[in-house]
Design a protein. Structure first.
Length: 204
């Protein structure tokens, strides 16, 4: 017993020393990534000299660099993803990205000086959740936004965004499930609906 306890204590101490810096680094990386991304978005929104196409191109770049779009898109599609062919999956993911870019570029076009500030980071399962506040001077309020990050290759990427504790991915998943059923319960029907929605957004 006298020899086992010191060995056990040493093993636990080594584990703590080995894992604590890694966890701290992940939180620091997450905070830095989200703040940099937020600054890029705000700079794009504040630049009134660029047109819609250029703004969409910039958002697409930011999205690709910081969001795990393949994983998000598959999760949002839900069970139909398993029955989709490789060709259907590729086309759906292409359209899904276009749809997200156009929806959020349009929604954020009414930018009026909002500022994003990182206020903390916390462990979140196998990843990190970065907590931010969005100051809305127009309506004199602060909106809490949480970014859930997971490793994708060697980089942390966004898997979900919670605005006032409402999951954007979960909201999108429910919407797509409804469209899937309305379009005959087929992947091609969902893809067709996405194409139509993108065409509508382009006309706005």
């Amino acid at each position: 017993m006298k020899t086992v306890l010191p060995r056990l204590f040493s093993a636990l101490l080594l584990f703590v020393l080995a894992t604590a810096p890694a966890a701290a680094d992940a939180k620091d990386d997450g905070r830095s990534m989200v703040q940099k991304m937020a600054d890029q978005v705000v700079a794009t929104l504040a630049d009134k000299s660029i047109g819609r196409a250029a703004r969409e191109a910039k958002f697409r770049q930011i999205l690709g660099q910081n969001f795990d779009m393949g994983t998000i898109g598959a999760w949002v599609m839900g069970p139909p993803w398993r029955q989709a062919t490789p060709q259907q999956r590729a086309e759906y993911l292409r359209l899904f990205e276009n749809y997200i870019v156009k929806v959020y570029t349009g929604q954020l076009s009414a930018y009026s000086g909002e500022k994003v500030t990182v206020v903390g980071a916390e462990d979140d399962g196998e990843g990190v959740a970065v907590v931010t506040n969005v100051a809305d001077p127009k309506n004199d309020r602060v909106i809490p936004v949480k970014w859930r990050l997971r490793k994708a290759g060697n980089q942390l990427k966004v898997r979900d965004v919670l605005v006032e504790n409402i999951s954007m991915s979960q909201t999108q998943k429910r919407e797509f499930a409804s469209v899937f059923q309305q379009r005959g319960g087929t992947v091609d029907g969902l893809i067709a609906a996405l194409r139509e929605k993108i065409d509508e957004l382009d006309k706005q």
